[in-house]
Design a protein around this ligand. Sequence first.
Ligand code: FES
Length: 122
Amino acid sequence: MSLIEVARSAEIIEGIVRISSAAGHNVAITRVNGTVCAFENKCPHMGLSLARGKISGGAITCPFHGSRFDICSGKNLAWASSVLGAKMPGWSHKVLAVGKPPADLKIIAVTEQDGWVFAKLP
Ligand code: FES
């Protein structure tokens, strides 16, 4: 593991996801209550980008099928239940899940130092 510079601290703003590529990883970075948090920009449902996900209450909602995750812990809070923002009836959620059980986001450890954000990457 090594610490790799992924963004300037000033670029990481509450409520906005910034994507940075480093060491073969697509790192999604944002701020929650002032703390910088980062995760692999790959929704565990179908591997799609969370860059345009809606952020609210420290959680991000995947824009594709509505899975919701705690940004700083990665914990899954809700699993596939919508299509491109349109809520789907409960009976269809299993179909939307395409056989995948709920899973957490892969969190990437980050730290801020001297105006930069560093990610701990393999
Ligand atoms: S790709 Fe994110 S919920 Fe389906």
